[in-house]
Each structure stands twice: as C-alpha cells, then as structure tokens.
Ligand binder design. Structure first.
Ligand SMILES: Cc1ncc(COP(=O)(O)O)c(C=O)c1O
Length: 437
C-alpha cells in the first residue's frame, strides 16, 4: 500500500535534531546518514537523489581482464610503474584521440586513484607553479571535495558562480580575477556536477586564451566524459567531440574518471592527461615541494609516488581492456548510460509539472538530460525546502555545499531512481505542491 505523505514530521524533526546539522548544511555523507536513519525510523523508502553514485554494473570486460591478470599471481606481487602501465598509457592516448579529438603521447597519460587523486595532485602542482599565485579559481557550483583538497594542501581558493555569468561574461569575470595576480589556475567540471550545464566551445576558447595570456593552468574535470547524450559522441574518430579547453590552450590537465562512464567506481581508477607543455614547463617554485622543477614530473614523481605510488595492477588491467574495447569502435560504451538520460527526462518532467523549477540551465534556457539536475520550489528558500522535502519523502543535496552563492536550490542525482520510483516521486511531489502551492 502506498505510504501517505507528509510523513510524521515530529520524527523527522527529532532525527534532524539528533544529528545536529540542519539539512541545508548537510554534506553528501551527512545527508545520506540522515536519510538512512529516517528510512529506518519511519519504515519508508525515500526517493534518494542526494548521492552521485553509478547505478549500473561494470562491463564484464573489465572484471574478466582483472581476474585473468591476477590469476597468474605475478602482477599482484609487483609494484606498478607509478606513471602507469605502458598498455594503459597507450590505450588512454588512443581514447583521447578517438573520442576527444586531442593528440597527446602516451607519456602524457597517467592513471590515478580516481579522478579524486587527479584533482588533488593537479591542484598541488597548479597551486605551486608560482609562489605568488597559490589561488585555485573554482567555476562554481562544483564538486565539494575539490575545495576540501585545496584546504588540505594549504592552498587558497576563490570562486565564481556561473549562475548569472555565462558566455563572454564568464570569460571576462575569470580574466579580471586573473588580473589581481594571485591565481595559478582554474578548476571546473564539464559536464558540470552538480548542474549538468556544459561550457560551450566559445566559453572554453575564451577561458583557454585567458590561461595562455596569464600562464594559468586549467584543471578540466571530465568525470562525466561524453555523457552529454544529445550530441552523439559515441563514434570514434568522428566529430562531434565533447567540448574541451585542450583545443584552445596548451596549459591544461584533463581528469577522466572511470567511475561513471564505465561504472567502475569501486576499483578507484581515473586518468590524468597532462598537456605536452607541462613536460617542458619548469618552475623554481615547485622544487621545495616536489624536488623537481618540472611540472609533469612534479605530478608524477613528486605527487603520485609519495601518495599512492601508482594505481593497483588489477584496475589498470581492467581499464586498459575497457579503453581498448571502446577504441576498436564496435562497442558503444555510452549506450548503456542512456538510462540516466531517460531517468532525468522523466524526473524533470514530474518536478516541473508540480511547480518546481530548474535552477541552472544553459544560456538558451534548456538543460540536457543527464546524471544531475538542480531544482527549487518558488517561494520556499533552501532552508525550508531542505526540511520540507524530507517530510514528503525525497532527498536532494543542498547547493550551498557545492559553492552556489548566486542561486539557491538542490542537486538531484538520477542514478538511483528507477522508472517505478518515478511514479512514487510524482505522487509525493503532487502532494507537496498541493500543500505549498
Ligand atoms: C566532478 C567530479 N569529479 C571527480 C569525481 C570523483 O571521481 P572518481 O570516482 O574517479 O574519483 C566525481 C565523483 O562524483 C565528480 O562528480
């Protein structure tokens, strides 16, 4: 039988008190803990949209490759090269050429323990290229962990919320911030977590030119590589290619995660693609931290070596197999992910039909259907909505945690919501709208 909403508000309020963090201030993990507890106490299932985790299984190719490699007992006894196995480096360079249209040598391609480690080390290097420029400029909202990494590294950060700043306005805002002279580089994800907007070729061209003019380095987080499904990025060696700043400047570090595109999050492997220029770029400021003046060697020898000393052999073999399979051209690796697109379409429809609004869209007012979207309910501030949505059985992540300052609202991740759940979501949003409209 369908559970009526709102749920028992007294129990929801008590549980919030017990955890001691107002829902609007909850980090992803705090929100998950809160909703886990509510589900237990109330005996209900929430529509869980707060966590950005893959909802699909890993392709068997990776699992078989790992098992085969490990079964001989040899690779598990050997340290991996800390700049990555040659086969993986080559498969990555081929992948980037075929699916991004960017030419780099295998040397430039370095596996990391998730894009997480890539973001950590990229900031460590970019923030220390010049002692006078330790600030990483975030294009926000963004992936909250990157700012925690920034603090952990003892660097500084500043941010520009792109809510009201797109196109040349965004590029100008970034350039004028560079003019203060303390910015080492920028960091953003594209498609963006949490809003799912995608910076356009024109924006990336403008930003790339700023990087070149001011010797800044762009850390471009492609954790959702190719997952802008409307464009047809699945064909190797054929345009269109996903937008990237690497087309417009030589000053870049690209981060590619296997977690979402290959649903391979558990094995903790990602890829950093360092621009060829970083292998020639020397700076005295790096030496005290990395014992080398060279930017790429700082990342690899000064960074990877002293943090994880490489990526485990099994995941390297698994990811190599996946990339090689995609590179051969007869496997559309993006096809299975289209379930996220379908979910987003259905979920956005029921949100919009029930009085909610999308917060961040593209410059033309549209938003592609993908892993995330953002929502708000007119007339209810984020603080109130954060609590009210828990009464009505759905849970997103407050944008406050992602650096949104110009806009209020919530991030919804679509990956854990099944088509059957959408019916329940619709009922709960209808009730919500009846009671608040
Ligand atoms: C924008 C962004 N970057 C990086 C990551 C982390 O990726 P990985 O699992 O490869 O460490 C995530 C994961 O959610 C993400 O959303």
């Amino acid at each position: 039988m369908r559970r009526q909403v709102p749920f028992d508000k007294r129990i929801v309020d008590e549980t919030i008190e017990q955890l001691g963090v107002p829902p609007v201030k909850c980090s992803i993990r705090e929100q998950k803990r809160l909703v886990d507890l509510l589900e237990k106490k109330l005996g209900v299932e929430y529509i869980r949209m707060e966590f950005g985790i893959p909802g699909l299984k890993t392709d068997k190719t990776a699992v078989d490759a790992e098992m085969e490699a490990l079964s001989g007992g040899v690779i598990s006894s050997q340290y991996p090269p800390f700049d990555g196995n040659p086969a993986l480096k080559k498969a990555t360079a081929d992948f980037v050429k075929k699916f991004l249209g960017i030419q780099v040598t295998p040397e430039c391609c370095v596996p990391t323990v998730g894009a997480m480690q890539g973001g950590f080390l990229a900031q460590a290097v970019v923030g220390r290229m010049d002692a006078q420029r330790p600030v990483i400029l975030f294009l926000d909202p963004g992936f909250p962990v990157n700012k925690i990494q920034n603090r952990f590294l003892g660097l500084k950060s500043d941010a520009i919320d792109f809510y009201n700043k797109r196109g040349s306005v965004l590029v100008d805002a970034v350039e004028s911030r560079f003019q203060k002279g303390d910015i080492g580089g920028i960091l953003y994800s594209n498609p963006n977590n949490p809003t799912w907007i995608t910076f356009s070729e024109d924006e990336l061209k403008g930003l790339g030119e700023v990087m070149t003019r001011y010797d800044g380095i762009a850390i471009e987080d492609l954790a959702y590589f190719g997952m802008d499904f409307r464009e047809g990025y699945e064909k190797p060696d054929l345009p269109p290619y996903p937008p990237t700043i690497a087309r417009y400047t030589d000053n870049y570090i690209l981060l590619i995660s296997s977690s979402k595109i290959f649903s391979y999050a558990g094995q903790r492997i990602g890829l950093a693609v360092l621009s060829p220029k970083l292998f020639r770029w020397e700076s005295e400021s790096l030496e005290p931290f990395f014992l080398t003046k060279n930017a790429a060697y700082a990342f690899i020898h000064g960074g990877i070596y002293c943090t994880t000393a490489g990526v485990p052999q099994g995941p390297q073999r698994g990811l190599t197999a996946l990339l090689e399979k995609a590179n051969q051209g007869d496997w559309d690796y993006l096809d299975v992910l289209k379930t996220y697109q379908d979910n987003a379409r259905l979920m956005k429809k029921v949100f919009l039909e029930n009085g909610f609004q999308i917060v961040y869209h593209e410059m033309d007012g549209t938003l592609r259907d993908g892993f995330y979207f953002t929502y708000t309910y007119p007339g209810l501030g984020s603080n109130a909505l954060a609590r009210e949505e828990l009464y009505y059985g759905f849970s997103g992540l407050s944008l406050e945690k992602t650096g949104a300052v110009d806009a209020q609202g919530f991030r919804a991740c679509v990956s854990k919501v099944s088509k059957d759940d959408v019916e329940t979501l619709n009922y709960r949003l209808q009730r919500f709208h009846e009671d608040h409209g």
